[in-house]
Design a protein around this ligand. Sequence first.
Ligand code: NAP
Length: 255
Amino acid sequence: MSSKNLFDLSGRVAVVTGGNGGIGRGMALGLAQAGASVAVVARNEQKNRRVVNELQQLGVPAIAVEADLAQREQLPAIFQQVEKKLGPVDILVNNAGIIVLGGVLELSPEDWDRVFETNLNACFLLSKLAARSMVQRGGGKIINIASELALFGSARVPSYSASKGALVQLTKSMAIELAKSNIQVNAIAPGFIDTDMVAPIKEMPLYEDVIKRTPAGRFGTPEECAGTAIYLASHASDFVTGATIYLDGGFAVQL
Ligand SMILES: NC(=O)c1ccc[n+]([C@@H]2O[C@H](COP(=O)([O-])OP(=O)(O)OC[C@H]3O[C@@H](n4cnc5c(N)ncnc54)[C@H](OP(=O)(O)O)[C@@H]3O)[C@@H](O)[C@H]2O)c1
């Protein structure tokens, strides 16, 4: 296979949760550029529509499924819609995530649950739906978007850090279970990427600390997340499973 074909996603169907903005949009556009049909799953109808237009302009079939991933009962219908409109799912990117500020002393149990429902439980439940179909069809790719806070603790966002740490462990366990079914399960752990989620940091003194601590000396961009997603979605990564790739300008390797 030529190196160009290794990364070719023509004819594959990808689902990107949280694909209507930020990192998810960057990855959705990248997968579409590599030839995949793409379904974005998120709540905001207007943002969904805007991204579907961008995806369709790249010449691939694309749809949006409006759904709240924190509502478990909505999840099976997401797959039914995608399968009906685009075909069976070959690539699942569990990207949607939220962050709720608050240390253990002030965080409410409801906020803790909300973070876990979106950042972890939805990834488990969607992976289960996708993997069942992938097993029957002989393979597939699951990509979980963790965070470098999977590696580090945080007094500001313990719920987020714990949910992402668990997502990395879930990635490894699913990778082992599904390897024999030719399903590769990997995680991407972004560092600071310039999206709405981290926009408030740019106004804080913390911003200068982050820039100083990042060997690359800057935030990453959503567009820079596309390449790793294409790699993990394509034949180029067929013998890679259970891995976590840090996409962070070197942040995690510097003391
Ligand atoms: N930006 C960073 O520096 C950074 C660093 C490490 C990890 N990450 C991770 O990367 C992923 C994307 O982050 P981002 O920075 O791109 O965030 P973002 O700009 O805030 O985008 C989050 C996306 O998730 C969707 N979403 C959130 N809750 C949802 C729900 N309940 N149901 C359906 N969709 C939901 C949002 O769409 P709607 O609001 O329309 O639903 C949006 O598309 C997250 O998992 C985040 O934890 C980000």
